[in-house]
Design a protein around this ligand. Structure first.
Ligand code: KG4
Ligand code: ZN
Length: 334
């Protein structure tokens, strides 16, 4: 088969990104314009502001990506676009750009689910081996997905309320860490000790998670300490929270690996950067003699490289969209 160059576009949250990937595995060029500094002042992503910045950035990011690749739209074989889930206003900007390019240059349009993108970030590092289990942990998602072949997803479980990254960011606010607090809290946890007692969420037989109770427990603990005039040990709180959050994730992943007789595990999404989680996943997969793959950080947080990579396999799976494709703020991964 002739080489295939896919142009991916990602704008589901606060990153405007365009990338060109060859044959689903080789990154040619990627440009990411992040809005983290803009949203920092508000303690989280403000959807309306995010959409406006996507509008400002999208054509600049596209041109820059083509320049870096030294390619024109004529060299592109197909366009992969994150159609959902995410912030609707943000998604629409990327979608309209993708549809316009598809129409003008007469290129196939491939719809990509954002989570499929996170999973296929791994194919930029090494080939996916099936059956595999994907743990997707990010600001918007906490999901366990089983895959028996390319582009076939079986969601075993997910969060019933807050996503793990969202929970990290909210707990980080309790100890006055700037948005996004997850990475800062992770660093503090390394220094602290697990001295605070927090409840392990949703200890049951399902593959689901729940983090809102844990978040509330941290908030209550902080209030109680304050009322008693006691100073909160931030490092110890970070260590206590991280240990419980990870214990809850590992328990469910372990159950899924054993129940489904899994031999390959991948971790994807922004929280895959977490030191505690990486270490715990390493120990778990060693114990169960399972292969573990975690993509490098640049492919873990939101980017269009993973969308272009997933787009290639979606294309091989026969997935196409026409100009009636719409963005979806929520959509099941199928
Ligand atoms: O995948 P991502 O870039 O965006 C979404 O699709 O949500 O993930 C961002 C999330 C944020 O909540 C951020 O705080 C969290 O990932 N995060 C971390 C770490 N690095 C990023 N959480 C805990 N520990 C980290 N080291
Ligand atoms: Zn994401």
């Amino acid at each position: 088969m002739k080489d295939m160059y896919i142009l991916g576009i990602e704008s589901s949250c606060d990153e405007t990104s365009v990338s060109i990937v060859k044959n689903g595995t080789e990154e040619v060029a990627t440009v990411i314009s992040s809005q983290i500094d803009i949203h920092k002042d508000y303690g989280g992503v403000v959807p309306e502001i995010a959409s406006r910045h996507h509008v400002k950035n999208i054509t600049i990011v596209l041109e820059e990506c083509l320049n870096q690749a030294n390619m024109s739209m004529n060299d592109i074989d197909a366009i992969a676009i994150t159609y959902g889930p995410g912030l609707i206003g943000s998604l629409l900007i990327g979608l309209e750009a993708a549809k316009t390019l598809s129409f003008i240059y007469n290129k196939p349009l491939i719809p990509v689910h954002h989570i499929a993108g996170h999973i296929y970030a791994n194919s930029l590092v090494k080939e996916l081996n099936f059956p595999l289990l994907a743990l997707v942990v990010s600001g918007g998602h906490t999901e366990i997905i089983e895959m028996t072949k390319h582009y076939q997803f079986n969601k075993l479980g997910g969060t019933l309320d807050d996503a793990i990254g969202e929970c990290y960011d909210k707990v980080a606010r309790v100890i006055n860490l700037e948005y996004p607090g997850g990475p800062k809290l992770d660093k503090m946890a390394v220094i602290g000790n697990k001295t605070y007692k927090l409840p392990i969420p949703l200890k049951d037989e399902s593959y689901n998670f729940s983090f809102s109770g844990l978040k509330s427990a941290v908030i209550n603990l902080a209030h109680n300490e304050e009322q008693r005039g006691k100073e909160l040990n931030k490092e110890d709180l970070a260590a206590s929270f991280q240990s419980v959050a990870i214990e809850s994730i590992i328990a469910k992943v372990k159950k899924a690996i054993v129940d489904k007789n899994i031999k390959n595990v991948i971790v994807a999404g922004g929280v895959a950067a977490n030191n505690g989680l990486r270490q715990a996943m390493k120990e778990l997969t060693e114990e169960l003699h399972v292969e573990l793959s975690i993509p490098p950080m640049k492919y873990c947080t939101d980017n269009a490289t993973m969308i272009a990579a997933a787009g290639y396999y979606a294309y091989l799976d026969g997935r196409r969209a026409d100009l009636t494709l719409n963005s979806k703020s929520q959509d099941k991964l199928i």
